[in-house]
Ligand binder design. Sequence first.
Ligand code: ATP
Length: 442
Amino acid sequence: MAVTMEKIVSLCKRRGFIFQSSDIYGGINACYDYGPLGVELKNNVKSFWWRSMVYAHENVVGLDAAILMHPRVWEASGHVAGFSDPLVDCKVCKQRFREDEIDPEKLQVKQCPKCGNKNALTDARQFNLMFKTSMGPVEEKGSEVYLRPETAQGIYVNYRNVLDSSRQKIPFGIAQIGKAFRNEITPGNFIFRTREFEQMEMQYFVKPGDDLEAFEMWKERRKAWYTALGIKADNLRFHEHGKDELAHYAKAAFDIEYNYPIGWKELEGVHNRTDFDLSRHQEYSGKDLTYFEEATRERFLPYIVETSAGVDRTVLTCLVDAYEEQQLDSEMRTVLHLSPAVAPVKAAVFPLVKKDGMPEIALKITEDLKKDLLVFYDAGGAVGRRYRRQDEAGTPYCITVDSQTLEDETVTIRDRDTMEQERFPMKGIKQEIMRRIQNRSQ
Ligand code: ATP
């Protein structure tokens, strides 16, 4: 059965992955809260990214810059003048749309996509997507600051600091994970497009002329990262930006797209930004941002290759890609085939029944596992129902203590995907679970 966005939303609420923000007040549009399972999944995605970008590359280092930055940053970056989308209003139903998202035939006759009235749409005007606030106790001209609409600028303005303090040489990269805010005109599709979200960005500084090779390298590595995360290769593709789609600063841009229930959409952008960013910051700050290469005695302004992914969009991708409804003999099972690397709970431990010392043994196993893994002890209800609950949560392994355990100190490990159960000695259970997680997380 095909996965739909509604099914994902409903599973997320039911199992505590994701809730509408401020739910008891009727919710606030396009903001979401991550529940107990969601925060684990999200943290695991971020850690999988961090390990693969920072730990796996000796020439990539991390950064955590402030959300609020000097307002001049956003003038230099071009966001004050140009970070806008064309907005049109419907004069009849008062809905707002992004002009570039309206069917061109409808746009021609100014027909509203919502209420269908013709000649109802206003002319487009540019709407800046940055959230503005003010710093300090007095709201006055000059106290305005912005909630950053991307994490990238925090990296550019720290490029000199990192270079001077980390003994890196070009080529090198700076990676950052953090919140970004955009006052989107048409947010929606659950966590696909929200007004507050997180980005995982890496900016790679290279010598001009080496940019094409670096661009190709990161394009391939980033696509491979998603398959390592467990995403099906058939659901991923590249989309190259045509001349009309390219941002003013970009020499080349590819989106990594995913086949969502709402169609193929951008999951991550890989951009060759040339020396646009550093030259602008050099101009606006008056600071020399050139790099001196010892080996060639050359001085140049580095080019930047950017990989920019959304944390929330990756979480959504993991959920959509992992979701399956299976018709079993007597019932329907909903299962999330999440990679053990990102699955919120790694193993559940059950006593088959609440007697004969089984709960005590199961609790002892839980105590031991929980020193290294997030595990869940559950003694409530029929064991079949307990398995189903873990299937829906994406838990890869269930360990059950049964009557045979009392005789020979073995337990069963049930695999979420095959539903097969195997017996293992209780003593080596932790190593066995760790080994399985490791094997399936590469
Ligand atoms: P779009 O064309 O979808 O508006 P964009 O091209 O503006 O996206 P980028 O500025 O390249 O997006 O941002 C990089 C990544 O950040 C995107 O690929 C996406 O994963 C994520 N992202 C951007 N905007 C949002 C949003 N409003 N909500 C959730 N994630 C977002």
